[in-house]
Design a binder for this molecule. Structure first.
Ligand code: SAM
Ligand code: SF4
Ligand code: SF4
Length: 379
């Protein structure tokens, strides 16, 4: 993909405002099977946020001073129903999506989520294969739900875990949630048959950087894949600053100094967010998601569907395109075709590459602009 990359000259060319009314009234098209954006990136992944609520208050995502008792969450009627999610997902799949990730907020807070998993697991890709259907969770409720999720057809699972030390973990989740229960959730997922669980650790220099080595040791001889994520400037409320980011190369150095040298592994595919590594003296795999120090926009094949049914073409977007209005205002067939048409037009005009441009920008006005919150759009 990278050799087909078309450079964009100016930061001013973002964001790409589309005339939604014009798009919505243009002739209807049949789903394409394969879509490319202006940078020749295919549409392969869809992340669906099923709730904007969460039982944690991770300081880098839903800080307590903003997400407090006065914060207004979406009313139930605003949320896409499972049937609505299925209809939109089906259209995305007809446009070439192969992987769907359920996220939030905390997706396991959405009542009967396993029913949605069951519905989505019946979808087939344009090549006739099963979807790669996965979920990212803080695992607070995983011990209770793992079996149902497995039975419903969930293919894989990602668990967020920022520390092993209980005190540090509680500082990160900010709701006094004990680390033991997350570990029990991982154990439960393992025992019902989820293998190679991805473990996401966001590293904030002043809070949990000291947990990097213990986490790597803990997962070294397990089948799970620990992934270090650079603290990102998502949303507008997490008080992001570059000083708090621990770049991936620093973590690799720290692990080497702690007698855990790593060797790189080849990528499974171009659009993989994590660079893969392996311990030199064990088969334990690790991943590095370096969205700040080494942007990977050139291969980004991800679309995001918000809890309310808005389509976002970038994690750092400031606006989305309302698909739900068509589901609720048009007849079944008309709505499906209109949405298919819209997705195609939006993706074919997509030129997002925020993280790459952030790296080139030399003042804070770029990162300071209003962005959608991660808890609303999903990670
Ligand atoms: N609540 C679920 C969870 O935490 O796994 C799913 C939603 S959460 C928004 C998805 C992922 O985004 C998590 O792995 C979380 O650690 C990551 N995340 C949230 N805010 C982030 C930030 N500012 N920088 C980097 N990763 C972040
Ligand atoms: Fe909740 Fe996940 Fe955000 Fe933490 S990262 S506050 S668990 S949505
Ligand atoms: Fe994709 Fe936007 Fe992230 Fe770049 S910044 S990798 S375009 S989501």
């Amino acid at each position: 993909m990278s050799n087909k990359f078309i450079p964009i000259q100016t930061i001013q060319s973002l964001p790409n405002d589309l005339d939604i009314n014009r798009l919505a009234s243009s002739p209807l098209q049949v789903p394409s099977g394969q879509l490319y954006d202006t940078l020749l990136r295919p549409l392969h992944d869809l992340r669906i946020s099923v709730t904007d609520r969460c039982n944690f208050r991770c300081t880098y995502c839903m800080p307590k001073d903003v997400f407090n008792k006065n914060y207004v969450y979406l009313p139930q009627t605003d949320l896409l129903s499972f049937e609505e999610i299925l209809r939109i997902a089906k259209i995305f799949v007809a446009h070439g999506v192969r992987k769907i990730r359920l996220t939030g907020g905390e997706p396991l807070l959405r009542k009967n989520l396993e029913e949605l998993v069951h519905m989505l697991s019946a979808l087939k890709t344009v090549d006739g294969n099963s979807l790669d259907l996965t979920l990212t969770t803080n695992a607070a409720l995983l011990a209770k739900k793992a079996q149902n999720l497995k039975d419903a057809g969930l293919s894989r699972i990602t668990v967020s875990l920022d520390a092993l030390n209980d005190h540090v973990f509680k500082q990160m989740n900010d709701v006094e949630f004990p680390v033991e229960q997350v570990l029990e959730g991982i154990q439960a997922a393992e025992s019902v048959g989820f293998s190679q669980i991805k473990i996401n650790m966001v590293v904030k220099k002043s809070v949990n950087a000291g947990e990097v080595v213990p986490m790597a040791r803990f997962f070294k001889d397990s089948p799970h894949i620990l992934r270090f994520i650079e603290f990102m400037d998502v949303g507008s409320s997490n008080a992001w600053c570059l000083d708090e980011v621990v770049p991936s190369h620093q973590i690799i150095d720290d692990l080497t100094k702690a007698d855990m040298p790593l060797i790189p592994l080849p990528a499974h595919n171009n659009s993989e967010t994590a660079a893969r590594f392996q311990h030199l003296d064990s088969s334990g795999e690790l991943g590095f998601i370096s969205s700040v120090s080494q942007a990977f926009c050139h291969d980004c094949s991800r679309a995001r569907l918000s809890t309310q049914g808005k389509l976002y073409t970038c994690l750092f977007a400031s606006h989305g395109y309302d698909l739900r209005q068509h589901l609720r205002n048009l007849s079944l067939d008309q709505a499906d075709l209109k949405i298919a048409n819209l997705i195609q037009s939006i993706w074919e005009k997509r030129n997002d590459r925020y993280s790459e441009l952030r790296g080139m920008a030399n003042d804070s006005t770029f990162t300071d602009r209003q962005k959608i919150e991660m808890s609303y759009i999903g990670g």
